[in-house]
Design a binder for this molecule. Sequence first.
Ligand SMILES: [Zn+2]
Length: 261
Amino acid sequence: MPHGVYSVSVTGAPRQDPLLALNRTAVDRASWRRSEASLQEGLLDDPRTAVLDVLGDRVPMRARDGAESYGDATLVLRAPRPSDRDLVTVYLGEDDDGRHYVAVLHDESGERAEQLVDLPAQGVLLDLRAAGGILDDAGAGLATTAIAMAHWHRTHRHCPRCGARTEVVQAGWVRRCPVDGAESYPLTHPAVIMAVTDPDDRLLLARGAQWAAGRMSVLAGFVEPGSPSSPPSRARCAKRSACACGTCATSPTSPGPSRRR
Ligand SMILES: [Zn+2]
């Protein structure tokens, strides 16, 4: 299994979107159901519900027949367990066969994490940077949503007004303060990621000093509030690489795992 694969460098069979590996889904989020009373409890009592374990920023997955190219990996899903009720859960939606999906968020993210899931043969825990390009459409959509929601829950456990521990409501999509009723919603942080090329069509790559040996990336950065998309691309290019950037073209948008600045 290729650790450290970056989305724009993955090659293989034609993909649904040639650039944005995480911009795929095969599950209806069914967001209108989130306000149903006891939705999660009912789904966690139903053995047909598909549970996705999220351990830190990683999800369990396996490759089909050992293949490692685009769309050849699937998530490892399981039936609900009674212990799932003790953890934060997020309703992910329903597929065309009427199967419902729920993410179960574990605090454990270290080596012990692998002991919490029953990994099958060829199973492994991977983050989106490694898995996003090789998961199938359903897996890419579920993993992107579940990992982003796990990060938000992990970093927004207390009320921003009074500091009280917040409660999880709306099937995992809202946190509410029991003291003053303040509600917190998952944050989205607009960001740009840039393919900077020169007249010879060479791609500019950069690497962070703290990164593992051999890891490189195209340039990327957050979009500041109120800023249009193209100027930040130029500004980021100049800031990160000291290269002047000319004409900018915008490609389709894509979801990604949320990160605080
Ligand atoms: Zn509060």
